[in-house]
Design a binder for this molecule. Structure first.
Ligand SMILES: NC(=O)c1ccc[n+]([C@@H]2O[C@H](COP(=O)([O-])OP(=O)(O)OC[C@H]3O[C@@H](n4cnc5c(N)ncnc54)[C@H](O)[C@@H]3O)[C@@H](O)[C@H]2O)c1
Length: 373
């Protein structure tokens, strides 16, 4: 029996290309693993009315972790039109499988390293080394949303919060609400993990990114927990920044930041910004970690126009596999892989189109594999 059992979910579009590239590299590293393929994505929405079939969920439960490619996702009404004829009008509602997986397996911590590899022509600077910790299951992505908003809901809210009164007379159809839900436990946990990581990896600061001057309740709770946690880590400074200012500072002085920590939506936004400073989507890896399970994925989507062309940059997926190796406590292999990626980028002989080159997805994977040998 293999040492690790890994669910392998390529999903849609270029998800297949980049996960195959990651497999080439993991094969060269002789990772003792069994990969179990699973169904997820658009095809299964269209033909089964479920982009994340139950059989896939059951399979995931038998594995140690998951390597995920990318999925195609569309707004509800558009998705409904693409259902197979026999499924039309039967009440199927589209949902994002990746958001569902994060919630279903309580993958509460999203980690996105944004490190500049020297020699990458896309770097804004070569001295950027940021790691974003994003709360992954709550906030504005909790899925607590209403449209139309029943009148009794507005009346109920106005009872507790006079500011809601001005919406009471708006027609339910003309009103939509997305609720930003924060629990103290999740705020505490994400900040605590950010500080632990900073301590273990030699970062001097944790910057909490919020907007507590306007979002006083949720932002206030997040900050209060951050200050409590920070008191336990006297050697690491807590910096507090509003999300709007953070975007500006990240463009201006990215090199001064270490670990960033935020709720779900702000974390989503600033991690894309930080990733772009060190090469963009072709380099942006991520880990979704829970207490019992973890899923690793490049942060890019299915890039349909490049699907099957063997053209996109697989480094985001390969670096996600590296995060997986660390999770599986295969630290030596993780280090070999990171060094190999660094050498390929520094040498600059093999570059995909986004780096100004013409190498294919497979060329890049084989070049990384060469340095892993
Ligand atoms: N986690 C996910 O699976 C995920 C994330 C984002 C978007 N999506 C979905 O993907 C589909 C396409 O979305 P999109 O076009 O907005 O975003 P995308 O990330 O798929 O692609 C946007 C553009 O970025 C570039 N790009 C993406 N990955 C790249 C790579 N590895 N190397 C080089 N260049 C790369 C390409 O130019 C591409 O056209 C949509 O259906 C969207 O909902 C899924």
């Amino acid at each position: 029996m293999a040492k690790h059992k890994i669910a392998y979910l390529p999903g849609d579009g270029v998800g297949n290309d980049v996960l195959e590239a990651a497999r080439i590299v993991l094969g060269t590293l002789r990772l003792d693993a069994q990969f179990v393929p699973g169904d997820v994505g658009w095809e299964f929405w269209c033909n089964e009315g479920n982009p994340l079939p139950d059989r896939t969920v059951e399979m995931l439960k038998t594995t140690d972790c998951c390597l995920f490619g990318a999925i195609t996702s569309k707004p509800g009404e558009e998705a409904a039109k693409e259902l197979a004829p026999h499924l039309l009008g039967q009440g199927y509602v589209y949902f994002s499988p990746i958001v569902k997986l994060r919630q279903m397996f309580n993958l509460h911590t999203n980690i996105r390293p944004c490190k500049a590899f020297k020699g990458n022509p896309l770097n804004h600077r070569d001295d950027i080394d940021i790691v974003v910790f994003r709360e992954n299951t709550e906030g504005l992505y909790s899925g607590v949303e209403l449209h139309p908003v029943p009148r009794e809901v507005m009346a109920f809210l106005a009872n507790y919060q006079p500011k809601a009164k001005r919406f009471i007379h708006v027609s339910p159809e003309d009103l939509a609400i997305s609720v930003r839900v924060f629990t103290r436990q999740a705020c505490h946990s994400i900040v605590n993990q950010a500080f632990l990581y900073a301590g273990q990896h030699g970062y001097r600061t944790v910057t909490v990114v919020e907007k507590a001057n306007v979002l006083r309740m949720t932002g206030g709770l997040f900050l209060a927990e951050a200050r409590k946690v920070a008191a336990q880590f006297p050697d690491i400074e807590l910096w507090e920044t509003n999300v709007d200012a953070m975007c500006m500072w990240l463009v201006k002085n990215p090199q001064i930041y270490g670990v960033l920590c935020a709720g779900n939506m702000f974390g989503d936004i600033i991690s894309d910004l930080a990733a772009q400073l060190v090469g963009g989507l072709g380099f942006a890896s991520s880990a979704n970690i829970g207490d019992e399970y973890a899923l690793f994925e490049p942060t890019h989507g299915s890039a349909p126009k490049y699907a099957g062309l063997n053209k996109v940059n697989p480094l985001a997926a390969i670096l996600s596999a590296q995060l997986m190796l660390t999770y599986l406590k295969e630290d030596d292999k993780a280090q070999v892989l990171e060094d190999a990626v660094a050498r390929v980028i520094a040498e600059g002989k093999v570059r995909t189109y986004d780096m100004g080159g013409s190498a294919s997805t497979t060329d890049m994977a084989e070049e990384v594999a060469k340095f892993c040998r």
